[in-house]
Design a binder for this molecule. Structure first.
Ligand SMILES: NC(=O)c1ccc[n+]([C@@H]2O[C@H](COP(=O)([O-])OP(=O)(O)OC[C@H]3O[C@@H](n4cnc5c(N)ncnc54)[C@H](OP(=O)(O)O)[C@@H]3O)[C@@H](O)[C@H]2O)c1
Length: 298
């Protein structure tokens, strides 16, 4: 049995899909807002706010009845600008509530937690961070994630570090991907950074690879789950235009130091790149593309 905490979000929707498509297991989905309809027989929904101790107590009491329970814990307060504006609220959701839940869910066979490349800080000269490298976050969100990782690792649980994730939303709320598509469909230009690099990955591949690690019984406490290529946001925009048969000339390259295009307020690293060789070794992968299915070694 799988359980996803924060199942109604961008990544949650793709993890649901990956569990249903790539395993035979049933799924308990938990969120503070749950969809009104669910036609999938293998899925049941539970309403729970993870900051509410009594609600978490009754949720974990219910979950205890499932043997071999595998949990993916996604609920978070993760917009770096909002985290900086509301640091106590962020700590309560991202660290205190996570810690309470992990302690209560001691019986689970596995618990996976999605961290971020933000824990590493700035990549100098296109350096690709490895799992054991020192952590050097540049904002409070990154520090929250470091604290959350420590809780996971020191309670014997698993962390996957994701890069910038981008896909069409399946979550009933538009994602950055959908905003770019809408702009291009309306013939409007869309500015994207050409000097800010990430080892970007689709939500679909992030979810698929996470479930592959869980099914494999991975014993590495932290794994970078990211694509092979160093992609600027502008590169991602061009790939997206190609994928959606839209005009790539409407993707306009701009520089991060010169212009603010995504409403960013809090400092972000200009570039953060990750090394995915551990992931590839564990799963016997040849190549991890941003959008295409990961390729196994022949
Ligand atoms: N997206 C990325 O590029 C990326 C990259 C690296 C790591 N991550 C990590 O992946 C995780 C999921 O991200 P996402 O992009 O899927 O975000 P998301 O769409 O906001 O998903 C999080 C889900 O958790 C829910 N949630 C938040 N607070 C909750 C609470 N107190 N109780 C119960 N549910 C709560 C959210 O509900 P509301 O919508 O009501 O808040 C949402 O449905 C986060 O930990 C994030 O830091 C994401």
């Amino acid at each position: 049995m799988y359980c996803i905490i924060g199942a109604n979000g961008y990544l949650g929707a793709y993890i649901r899909k990956a569990v249903l498509e790539d395993t035979d297991e049933d799924l308990i989905c938990v969120d503070r807002l749950i969809p009104e309809t669910e036609n999938e027989k293998r899925v049941s929904w539970v309403n729970c706010d993870i900051t509410d101790r009594e609600a978490v107590d009754s949720l974990t009491e219910e979950l205890r009845n499932n043997s071999d329970l595998k949990i993916v814990y996604l609920a978070a307060y993760h917009n770096p600008d909002l985290v900086q504006a509301n640091p106590q609220l962020a700590w309560n959701i991202n660290v205190t509530s996570l810690s309470y839940f992990i302690n209560k869910a001691y019986f689970a066979k596995e618990i996976y937690y999605p961290s971020t490349d933000s824990v590493y800080g700035e990549s100098i000269d296109f350096y690709h961070f490895k799992e054991g490298d020192p952590l050097n976050p540049v904002n409070i969100y990154g520090h929250n994630k470091c604290a959350a990782e420590a809780i996971m690792v020191h309670s014997g649980r698993n962390v996957v570090r994701f890069p910038f994730l981008i896909s069409p939303s399946l979550a009933g709320k538009p994602h950055f991907y959908d905003r770019i598509v809408e702009s291009l469909k309306n013939g409007k230009p869309f500015e994207m950074y050409q000097d800010s690099y990430r080892s970007s990955l689709s939500f679909e591949n992030a979810a698929r690879l996470t479930i592959m690690l869980m099914e494999k019984g991975n014993r590495h406490s932290i794994v970078n789950v990211c694509g092979d290529k160093d992609l600027s946001k502008y590169d991602v925009g061009l790939l997206l235009a190609q994928r959606e048969n839209l005009d790539p000339d409407l993707i306009v390259p701009v520089n991060m130091g010169e212009i603010t295009v995504e409403g960013f307020v809090t400092k972000r690293a200009t570039s953060t790149l990750m090394d995915n060789s551990l992931l590839k070794e564990i799963l016997d992968l040849e190549y991890v593309d941003i959008f295409e299915r990961p390729k196994f070694k022949a």
